[in-house]
Design a protein around this ligand. Sequence first.
Ligand code: F6P
Length: 328
Amino acid sequence: MDIKINKIGVMTSGGDSPGMNAAIRAVVRTCAFHEIECVGIYRGYQGLIEGDFKQMNARSVNNIINKGGTILKSARSKEFMTKEGRVTAYAKAKEEELDALVVIGGDGSFTGAMVFSQEFDFPVMGIPGTIDNDIYGTSSTLGYDTALNTVVEAIDKIRDTASSHNRLFFVEVMGRDVGYIALNAGVGAGAEEILIPEENLGKERLIESLKRSRLSGKSSSIVVVAEGDKTGENVFELKDYVEENLPEYEVRVSVLGHMQRGGSPSCWDRVLASRMGVKAVESLLEGKTNFMVGIKDTKMVLCPIDKAVKGKTDINLELLRVSDIMTT
Ligand code: F6P
């Protein structure tokens, strides 16, 4: 890419995650450091289509590194999925004299960036922001670490009341269709069972495992269930099934829901966001485009955005084995 970058647009798109504000801050301040302009785009691609822009400078991002959510708001734009919508978005980008886009979001957002870049030869750079951690090309996505800590804290609280009442709790966590939050937070919180979509061992095995826990002297249990898990219809049907087959258990359900998407980002997410923001802007200034910034073995890397969109991530089998052993 041989165009001169003088003005970069930055947006947050898709499901929000803690650390997005820290990434916005890093993009804006890296632009200021290199004396180029930066424009905040509200509500993702929908805001681009509508020309919903805000001129940003180093002071515009004061005191946001520790704030969950995104000051630029986020959205999923159906209009941007149409060619007409993207033509309008491109016209607005040119009208605003944007030379490149930094898109902070998940794989859906990167798909949009990739198509937009291909259709209009427009430079784009992705920063992976999703609590799901399901993006190929990076070992961590922004918000994942914070979400893990939120879930572990919530399960610790649930365990207090579970042990007071000798109850079994099913705790459902987010992750759309992957089990990273469930597996890592489950191990971290000492869950007796962890149900994830990547392995479906069936209800009978769950009953056997809970029976063994009971026989080994456990009077209460926590079962962490990824929202994409298919062991049962859903977490409530699993509750009914266990009550029918293990009448000695009093069972409750706790769906953690969107609290996992909020909260002040952890130090890890703040530092990761700062590093990714610098890497994204400086890669654009070096003439690179159509990449996603990632982290691998503590180093910043660039992954071709089409691979980030299409690539698949694998569950950590060693950790899966650890979780099995820990339920002894
Ligand atoms: O992708 C992040 C995520 O929080 C998923 O874990 C969850 O399934 C989904 O977004 C929820 O989407 P929405 O915010 O549209 O309800």
